[in-house]
Design a binder for this molecule. Structure first.
Ligand SMILES: [Zn+2]
Ligand SMILES: [Zn+2]
Length: 160
């Protein structure tokens, strides 16, 4: 993962949360996994790695939801815009690429989480890296064991 020194800003839809970065990683990607789908409220999440020391929250701060005991999803508490995926043991945070002011600067190059990919996205012109089990082998067990995501059916009571 190469570090690219740059200057870029972004934030949520309502403007309550703004950030500035001084570097990104060359990891711009989309992830089709079920947890990213839920966190983004969409068919996939678009994310890019940013070294923790390269992020400044210039207005407000994201709220977070612990999607498992290992990772959190960050969003604006006022407008709900998804802003980040934070795996606690990682040296970088993933920001949502669509929240940057100029998202076209960080076009995705690869796709992950193929187990959740919709068939209509089978021909995307992006390198397919594999399923979550294949690409996140070191983490997937811990995430699954402490998953806090609501199941994909109605429940009488939640959390269970
Ligand atoms: Zn907002
Ligand atoms: Zn994912």
């Amino acid at each position: 993962m190469d570090r690219i020194e740059t200057q870029a800003s972004g934030g949520c839809q309502c403007g309550a949360v703004r950030y500035h970065v001084t570097a990104v990683l060359d990891t711009s990607h989309i992830c089709h996994c079920r947890m990213c789908q839920k966190a983004a409220g969409n068919f996939f999440a678009a994310l890019i790695g940013v070294p923790r020391d390269a992020i400044t929250w210039t207005r407000g701060e994201p709220a977070t939801f612990a999607s498992s005991d290992k990772a959190a999803r960050g969003f604006c508490r006022a407008c709900g815009t998804p802003l980040l995926y934070d795996y606690a043991e990682s040296k970088h945070i993933n920001l949502t690429t669509g929240s940057f002011d100029e998202p076209a600067r960080f076009a995705p190059k690869v796709q992950f989480g193929l187990e959740g990919r919709l068939p209509c996205f089978a021909d995307l012109p992006l390198k397919a890296e594999g399923t979550t089990e294949e690409t996140m082998a070191a983490y997937v067990g811990a995430i699954k064991a402490t998953n806090h995501q609501h199941p994909d059916h109605d429940t009488d009571r939640w959390p269970a």
